[in-house]
Design a protein around this ligand. Structure first.
Ligand code: SAH
Length: 379
């Protein structure tokens, strides 16, 4: 089960890659227990049967060596130097293969990698997303200008070499920024998004939308979240920080009504399409800051029995948590990818009248020092 990563020292992305997988799980369990056991019972972490190649999203910075050979990789810490990575042990294999292929094709198309220091060059990043269940593949070519020389021939050659690609998108990013994606997308082939199946529902995923990168463990997390929500079909449910609507849509079969709140416009657009795609009529989507949304709900005296919350690594905020305490749902299911901000937010909620019933750690990111947890709270 153990493998050696040749990039380990320079990359640093997988802090635990040289630790046997079983021991990684022990470390993560201990970390969670140290931080969260004071709040409630911590169940044993759920690990992966095969902890490799789980990332369905792959990103490469495009660069070239002195001889002009193009390659992809990652930025060296605190510099503009790109470390070449041809194959990564936690990334989808097909995605890595296509990424290498694109870098190789660049030379014959006289396509230059973008240079951060000079601002010259064309191709900046390559982003590839694979549907774990669907097998659909999206290639996003991030370019510095909208003008794409020999675009049609490039797309044709790429599709010929990799027939598994289902859509190709050009994303234009002409700013000097560390953000990978710019605002403008131009679909070069296919629908401009991929679809994937999660917990029995179909989702469309656009280049900029958030989508959990480990599909196998995401199903475990959602299943746990649904168990903790204890839905009977009569409840009004809120899904806060809802992304493309996956949790709310999964819950919709077992609830009277679901309201999702999400800040990212593109994700909300995907979420609306996802509800329609799955013929779901009892889910609504609000494009808003989750805190603002909750404040509004509380101010209007609205009610909800269950609140799912799945904030980014920074956790939730006082605005959201205080409004949640006003809204007083019977149950809260908190899904967290950062135990530290989770502990901070649990402190707030438990001093406001909630009790932690169960904490389920899930290893969503094997080989790294990150860990996900699902927490069940009730009033
Ligand atoms: N529940 C989804 C997404 C979780 S990721 C899933 O399981 O896939 C966190 C999401 O919170 C992202 O989609 C991000 O765009 C969104 N987000 C970040 N800050 C936010 C805020 N202040 N208000 C609402 N949504 C926010």
């Amino acid at each position: 089960m153990e493998r050696k990563c040749p990039y380990q020292k320079k990359c640093g992305g997988c802090q635990f890659v040289s630790v046997p997988y079983r021991d990684q799980l022990v470390k993560k369990q201990k970390w969670i227990e140290d931080l969260l056991a004071p709040f409630g019972k911590v169940k044993p972490i759920i690990g992966m049967e095969d902890p490799w190649r789980y990332r369905n999203k792959v990103h490469g910075v495009v660069a070239s060596d002195r001889r002009g050979n193009c390659f992809t990789g990652i930025y060296e810490a605190k510099s503009h130097r790109v470390i070449r990575v041809d194959d990564c042990l936690i990334e989808n294999e097909t995605a890595d293969r296509i990424m290498r292929g694109i870098a190789e094709m660049m030379r014959s198309f006289k396509m230059r990698p973008y240079n951060e220091d000079t601002g010259q060059g064309f191709l900046r990043h390559i982003l590839i997303r694979c549907g774990h269940a669907s097998g659909q593949v999206m290639v996003v070519l991030v370019t510095s200008t909208p003008v794409f020389p020999s675009k049609n021939n490039f797309v044709k050659a790429l599709r010929k070499q990799y027939p598994e690609i289902t859509t190709i998108v050009q994303n234009i990013n002409n700013r000097s920024t560390s953000m990978v994606l710019g605002d403008r997308n131009q679909v070069l082939y296919g629908k401009g998004y991929i679809e994937d199946r999660l917990c029995g529902k179909i989702y469309r995923i656009s280049p900029k939308s958030f989508y959990q990168i480990n599909s196998i463990q995401t199903e475990v997390i959602y299943q746990t979240a649904m168990d903790y929500a204890g839905l009977s079909g009569r409840e009004r449910v809120i899904d806060a920080y809802s992304g493309i609507g996956t949790i709310g849509i999964t819950a919709s079969d077992r609830a009277r009504e679901v309201i999702c709140a999400e800040l990212n416009k593109e994700a909300v657009r995907d979420a609306i399409a996802n509800a329609r795609r799955n013929k779901i009529k009892n889910v609504r989507f609000v494009e808003a800051d989750a805190g603002e949304f909750m404040v509004g709900m509380a101010a209007q005296g609205q009610e909800a029995e269950v609140v799912f919350m799945d904030p980014p690594r920074a956790g939730s905020d006082k605005k959201f948590l205080n409004a949640l305490l006003k809204l007083k749902p019977e149950r809260v299911v908190y899904i967290s990818c950062n135990p530290e901000t989770l502990a901070r937010d649990l402190k707030h909620l438990t001093s406001g009248g909630y009790r932690v019933k169960m904490i389920q750690p899930v290893d969503q990111f094997p080989m790294t020092d990150k860990v996900e947890a699902v927490v069940s709270l009730s009033r």
